[in-house]
Write a protein of this length. Structure first.
Length: 158
């Protein structure tokens, strides 16, 4: 018998969180393998994707917020991407020191190459899973992000 007193939902969520940790590690490793041939890592791909899908150019702190990551880690990755010519800094009219980060043409190509690899991989990974179950899981994860103080609530999980 456990010395910790979880409710049934607390126990179920603990089990889910532990499985999500394992899944996250496996997804990062699989992502690294998938994009290694184009000179990316999962972390760099994630930053390129966040920049690519942003409505407008953003400073590193905003990118980190959108990714749910820490600013220092994202800054390090962005600095590496700048050195490799995949992203560029642009002046920020609202803040002199917080430059905006944008994809270079090479960065756009690298991200597009990664997404071309991702589509067949994710289609195969999702084979046999019910779309409704995936959508339910997405809503649960988005709700948990919202409860933990993230900017993504259930209403954004479509």
């Amino acid at each position: 018998m456990s010395k910790y007193k979880h409710t049934p939902s607390g126990r179920a969520l603990t089990d889910l969180v532990l499985e999500l940790f394992r899944l996250n590690n496996r997804l990062l490793a699989a992502g690294d393998r998938l994009v290694a041939g184009i000179g990316l890592t999962s972390a760099r791909w994630k930053v390129l994707g966040t920049i690519s899908t942003a409505e407008r150019p953003q400073p590193v702190a905003w990118l980190a917020r959108d990714m749910g990551g820490n600013r220092q880690n994202v800054q390090r990755i962005v600095n590496d991407l700048v050195k490799e010519g995949l992203v560029e800094y642009r002046p920020n009219p609202h803040h002199r020191r917080a430059q905006l980060v944008v994809l270079s043409e090479a960065g756009r190509r690298a991200f597009d190459d990664a997404m071309r690899l991702q589509a067949p991989w994710i289609n195969e990974l999702s084979d046999g899973l019910a779309v409704t179950e995936i959508e339910t899981t997405h809503r649960v994860v988005a709700a948990l992000c919202g409860k933990l103080g993230g900017d993504r609530g259930v209403e954004q999980a479509e």
